[in-house]
Structure formats: C-alpha cells, structure tokens
Design a protein around this ligand. Sequence first.
Ligand code: BDR
Ligand code: CA
Length: 393
Amino acid sequence: MNSHQRPSMTRRQFVTSSAAALAAGGFIRNAHASDKISPALQQTARGPFRVIIDTDPGVDDALALLLAMRSPELKIEAITPVAGNVPLEWTLPNALRMVEIAGRTDIPVAAGAKSPLLRRLVTATYAHGENGLGGAVFPEPKTKPVNQPAAEMIRQIVRKFPGEVTLLPIGPLTNIATALNLDSELAGLIRGVVMMGGSLSGGNITPAAEFNIYVDPEAARIVFQSGIPITMVGLDVTRKTSLTEDHLRELQAGQNPVSQAAATIARNAIQHNRERGFVVGPNMHDSLAIAGFIDPSLLMLKEYYVDVETTGELTAGETLGYSPSAGDLQRRPGTEKDTSAMNMSIRGSAPTLAGTRTSPVVRDKFIPNAKVAVDVDSARFFNLLIGRLSGKQ
Ligand code: BDR
Ligand code: CA
C-alpha cells in the first residue's frame, strides 16, 4: 500500500498518535514515515530558519507576528505587509506597531501591494474592524518602513540566500506573485512556502473560497503553479483554532508587553465577534500556519495537486485539491490495472460548445504540488501560541 492509498487517520487516531509521537520526538517523522515531507518542514528540527512573513494585519496576523517574533526557530529577514483584511494604509502601520511591541525594530518592514493583481480590493473589516485590530488602539508607530517595495525586498533577500528562505504568507498572495513575476528564476531559489490560505472543505467569504485566495486568485494561481514546495494550511484545519475567554485570561496574566498587547487585541476581537452574533471565535488562522512551520508535528499533511479557480462567476478563489486517494481523478482507458497515482490525469471543466474542442485534461499526470494540512492537534497548537505570547515558554 503506498502513501496515496493509505486510509486517512481518524481525528481521534491523529490526536492519540500525535501525543505519542511527540513523546517519541516528532509526529510526522514517526507516524508518517513513508509520506514525503516538504523541505521547509523537514528542517525545523535544526533552525533557525530564514523566513519572510507576508501579512495583512489583521487580528490573527497580529498575533501570528507576535508569535513569530518570540520564536527562536525563526530568523525573520523581513515583514512585508499587503492589502487584505484592511487596506495597506492600516496593514503597514499595524505591522510596524507589532515590531515595536515585540522590541524587534531590527526586522525590516517593506510596504507591499495596495491592491490585488487584477481585481479591486475586498477587505474583511466585518471580521477585523476598520483598523484591522478589532478596534484595539495602539500608538502611531515611530518606526518607518524601509525604502523599498515588498516584492523587490523579497526578491533581493531570496537572491542573497539562495535555497535558504521560506516564505510565510498569511494574507493575499499579491506580493509573492509580484516578486515571482519580477524574476523568472526566483521560484527555484525559494526553499518553500508555508501559507495560510485556501480550503478543500468550503470557503469563508463565499461557499467556495477562503478569504486570502478570494482576494487575489490570480496571484494565488501563480504561486501554486510556481513549482515552489508549498504547504497549505487552510480552513480545513484553521477552523479548529477558535480563541476562547480562557486563552484571553492567560494572555492577560502574562507580565510582558507582548502578552499584554495580544490580550488587548484578543479582547477587542472576541468582543467584535460577539457583537456581530458569532458565539465562538475568532479563529487563529494565521498563527496556525506560523506554528505549523515552527513545529510540523502539530499538523497532519497530505499531498495534493492544488489549483485555483480564477474564472468562476461565483467560485473564483476556490482551491481544488486533486488526490488519487480521494478517487477524484479519471483513469485513462487501458490503465485500469495501473495503480500508479502518477499515471492519473487531472481534469478541468468540459469544453463548451462555443469554445475550444480541446481535451479537458489539464495535467496528464498526477504530480502533487502541495502538502495540505488535513488535521491539527489544536490543544498543542494553543499551548505553543499562548505559551510563547504570555512568556511561559
Ligand atoms: C484568512 O483571512 C483573513 O481574514 C485572516 O487574517 C486569515 O489570513 C482566513 O481566511
Ligand atoms: Ca491574514
């Protein structure tokens, strides 16, 4: 039985084996020895790793940035804000506020795109408030962004450390796609992308699309088709990361500026959510992507070929995950006895009468382009997040 044929673990089996594997020194290497792990994730035992965090703060972005800046496994080469949850006029100063709160003004912050590649910006102020921090107010930052656009900064850092830099995008992928468009060799020099984005189980802004991919689906498609090893931490797992009042109390008890700032953001965000009728949340989507890079044993990963819907009238931004084990790939006539996943083709929509008569086969072999997180040990994730923010670990 190969890794594609192996039945998925149940959640109970995952949590049980996760705890056991943690005791043994790492869930994925032990419990999934035959699964291929992306290079970015294989390395996390050694660290620190050069990373660039591309972000649209954003309540969960803000906490993710604070987590990252308190994590010795990460050597943060730059933070590159992008328009997303709120316009760049907010995401840029919010990112600068976070580096000041964390005492990490040594990290360069470079202003990114004000709008998606080909679309008008759609924001998520309904979830993050007009200021992106759920209404939590912090002083104007004194720190200035560097005098270089985000995409150029990404390009230069990757060129300076070829094969060493992992990109951690937790917002729309506009800056990353722009950097790839600037330099045709760049993708081959990037160690990996570990992103918060996408979903194989329905969206959160439309029934089809997750917010980050919805905002700039053309950029997302460029990234997924770039050949960079991708780990997709999407709604399939981030929906299981609801911040609670207990977490808030732990943050409030933390005697350091990061914990106090995180508590202020969390309190405002919880209140903002409750006022809008949400009985749980907000989810810590972005922190999970960062945490999954720091400690891959938090996530169960499965290989997929992921593509992004860009032309759908209702579905643009949907991420489609092709996987032979899901039985969703067609076999070519005559290959029924061939159990090799690599021989299975990937199909798009059938051609219309008005359009081309070419085959709907868009890839004639199944070659995965992403590891998709399909389960998470939420309790251990929150131990890491709250522990690091509050200063307990
Ligand atoms: C993603 O969208 C944003 O609202 C969050 O910051 C997160 O990156 C979740 O869909
Ligand atoms: Ca975000």
